[in-house]
Design a protein around this ligand. Structure first.
Ligand code: ADP
Ligand code: MN
Ligand code: MN
Ligand code: MN
Length: 336
């Protein structure tokens, strides 16, 4: 037995977009099973999750991974926020996803989430001239060279950290707006992808912190003729991945079209600033699906059309969406 540092991570009550919080607990290690992790608590009156007179909120560990920053046997612990009596707190969106994932387990749904984000140093995106603008968009997407991309040292460190933590990160790329990047997590099951996306976000903020840089997931970090930031959510069920899957994908698109407003309601705050119909988006007021169409709400990727099976890409979720909510509503709409 040796003492280890366990970083307990939770999601706060900030509105309209919740933020990550964490603090360190010294426990006996190494930890090999979730049941070894004690429940813990925090001051909910400082996180918009309680009033001062009744401020204790509980953290229930739900997943843990090796801590790539501290190394050794240290760990990161994802938790759910509960009341002291164990009841689910209103800000805890994971508990609902856990129930939905169980209900629809037979669908064997997979999710791959593309997390776009923007680095800022002070008030300007990383690499932008102080108080000014860089050259117009065009050369930056997947660019190379000190005049094209900014922050690659942070991006590489983050990717390595995700791999060391055992997260299902599947790639990274520089985005259309300079200073903007993307990483992808998945394909994974609903709870796995959502827990891992939150942990990957925490690692991104934590690593960028050491560079004096902050990463934002605001969907429109710079107003005007600059791309916004999304969290395209790629989705498939077992039926979609098997022969004859294309018909099931089209049926899913039709179901999604009938629930457009309900989905938009949980696809992230300020998404109207991003879903304008410009910059590779479909207007927030319209729903459209199409093959290989980056101006549609739902894109059916070309390989899926060619094979007649595969997955669909919901392009509507904003970068600041909560994956617990997005995965839950996709399962509810498509699988029921
Ligand atoms: P884009 O061409 O839109 O930029 P990306 O390559 O960035 O696509 O992301 C696609 C995501 O879809 C990846 O995370 C990938 O793992 C995921 N994905 C691949 N196949 C499936 C599938 N069958 N179901 C769900 N997600 C999938
Ligand atoms: Mn992508
Ligand atoms: Mn992208
Ligand atoms: Mn995409």
């Amino acid at each position: 037995m040796a003492k280890i540092k366990a970083e307990y991570i939770w999601i706060d009550g900030n509105k309209p977009t919740a933020k990550l919080r964490s603090k360190t607990k010294i426990i006996d290690g190494p930890v090999t099973e979730l049941s070894q992790l004690p429940d813990w608590g925090f001051d909910g009156s400082s996180t918009l999750q309680a009033e001062g007179h009744d401020s204790d909120r509980a953290m229930l560990p739900v997943a843990f991974v090796p801590d790539p920053i501290r190394g050794g046997d240290h760990i990161l612990v994802m938790t759910e926020v509960r009341y002291p009596d164990g009841n689910v707190h209103e800000t805890n969106k994971r508990a609902h996803l856990a129930a939905v994932a169980k209900d629809f387990a037979a669908s064997e749904a997979w999710f791959g989430i593309e997390q776009e984000y923007t680095f800022f140093r002070g008030r300007s995106p990383l690499g932008w001239p102080e108080g000014g603008y860089p050259a117009p968009q065009g050369p930056f997407y997947c660019g190379v060279g000190a005049d094209e991309v900014f922050g690659r040292d942070i991006v590489e460190k983050h990717m390595d950290a995700c791999l060391q933590a055992g997260l299902g990160i599947s790639g990274i790329n520089a985005e259309v707006m300079p200073g903007q990047w993307e990483f992808q997590v998945g394909p994974l099951g609903p709870l796995e992808v959502a827990d891992q996306l939150w942990i990957a976000r925490w690692l991104l903020y934590r690593i960028a912190e050491d560079f004096g840089v902050n990463a934002t997931i605001h969907p429109k970090p710079v107003k005007g003729d600059w791309n916004g930031a999304g969290a395209h959510t790629n989705f498939s069920t077992k039926g979609m991945r098997e022969d004859g899957g294309f018909a099931i994908i089209e049926e899913a698109c039709k179901k999604l079209g009938k629930k457009h407003e309900e989905h938009i309601a949980v696809y992230g705050a300020d998404n109207a600033q991003r879903l304008t119909g410009l910059h590779e988006t479909c207007s927030i007021h319209n729903f459209r699906y199409g093959v290989s169409d980056r101006g549609a709400s739902i894109r059916i990727p070309l390989p899926t059309v060619k094979k007649g099976k595969g997955y669909l890409e919901d392009r509507r979720p904003a970068a600041n969406m909560d994956p617990y909510e997005v995965c839950a509503i996709l399962l509810e709409t498509v699988c029921s």
